[in-house]
Ligand binder design. Structure first.
Ligand code: UDP
Ligand code: MG
Length: 316
């Protein structure tokens, strides 16, 4: 097939892992080159997402030692989604397709030929979907399941158990580049491109070294981005809650009036306090949800650049 494949690897404080990852990916590329599946001028692009350790140093060393490696450094930690996009957009005009993979080698690179096979069959997007979550911590598994359940309930389309291990053709990348949103949730955006796609299943392994770079805060922020960027159902829920509350309050009023006319009007402290709490709570919740959307509208209308590429290594 002789495809020119570029691999994009987001890296945030991954100095411990980088070399091993580079060796694994290079071996794989070379093997596919030898089999004439790849063209031989593919690249592995490490995107340093504003790391505070020696990640960039390592990337520069790698790029200096072998022209297969390239580095991009973002000026600040913008999160995995932005780092991925930066790498994909950078690679877009220089290759036939891009595969994205985490730096920790949790995703099985042995399925890359399967990705390329699907690409050769005309698929513009190939999603890597993990077979199970056995390697995850209990917390991660539970929160992930909750997330998918909520997303489904809210009518947002995402592939179950697909993270950011995927292959995209240049055509699909060009379409992705048209999306100008700031709050990125690639797993939601990419299926919306709607081009011919396929799914490849793989086993996800444990991290080769180091700790997860996805803090609970980052995970929650990604989940909220996913939900609010791809579902308007929370807004509908507010209206529905409002209607139900109004109907219930009408019933309450009827009850109060009947009690009044029949002379049972005992000062209802409990009822008053309960209703204040209940309504106060509901109102706050609704305000919170509306606030989430307004916050996102705010950041979208500003149209700020999503990242700056501060430095790149020379292309060999
Ligand atoms: N990552 C990143 N920026 C961040 C957090 C993570 O570029 O702010 C990268 C990280 O280096 C890794 C990938 O995103 O290559 C996935 O992160 P990690 O493996 O820590 O997440 P987990 O697998 O635990 O969900
Ligand atoms: Mg990982």
């Amino acid at each position: 097939m002789n495809t020119n494949l570029w691999i994009v690897v987001p890296c945030y404080n991954e100095e411990m892992i980088l070399e091993k990852t580079a060796v694994c990916l290079k071996e794989k590329m070379e093997k596919l080159n030898r089999l004439d599946i790849l063209s031989g001028n593919g690249r592995i692009v490490f995107v340093d997402d504003g790391s505070s350790d020696g990640t960039w140093q390592k990337i520069r060393e790698l790029a200096g030692s072998d022209k297969m490696f390239l580095g991009i450094r973002l000026s600040h930690n913008r999160g995995q989604q932005n780092a991925l996009l930066a790498g994909m957009i950078y690679a877009k005009d220089r290759c036939d397709c891009v595969a994205t993979i985490d730096a920790d080698m949790q995703d099985d690179i042995d399925v890359l030929p399967a990705f390329l096979e699907k690409y050769a069959e005309g698929c513009q997007i190939v999603y890597g979907v993990r077979k199970n979550r056995n390697e995850d911590t209990v917390l991660k598994r539970a929160t992930a399941q909750l997330f998918y359940r909520i997303m489904k309930l809210m009518g947002a389309e995402v592939f179950y158990n697909h993270a950011d291990y995927r292959l995209m053709s240049r055509k699909a990348l060009e379409a992705l580049a048209e999306y100008s949103e700031v709050n990125l949730f690639l797993r939601g955006m990419i299926p919306q491109i709607g081009m011919k796609s396929a799914v490849v299943y793989y086993d996800r392994k444990a991290r080769t070294a180091g700790k997860t770079k996805y803090s609970v805060r980052k995970m929650i922020s990604l989940a909220i981005n996913g939900l609010t960027s791809f579902s308007e159902r929370p807004l509908h829920l507010i209206s529905v809650t409002g209607i139900i509350c109004s109907l219930l309050s009408l019933l309450g009023m009827a009850y109060a009036l009947i009690s009044y006319f029949f002379g049972y009007t005992v000062p209802g402290w409990t009822a008053i306090v309960c209703s204040i709490w209940l309504l106060g709570g509901i109102q706050l919740m609704c305000l919170g949800i509306v606030g989430e959307y307004i916050g996102r509208i705010f950041s979208e209308v500003k149209r700020r650049p999503r990242y700056y590429i501060e430095e790149t290594t020379e292309m060999g």
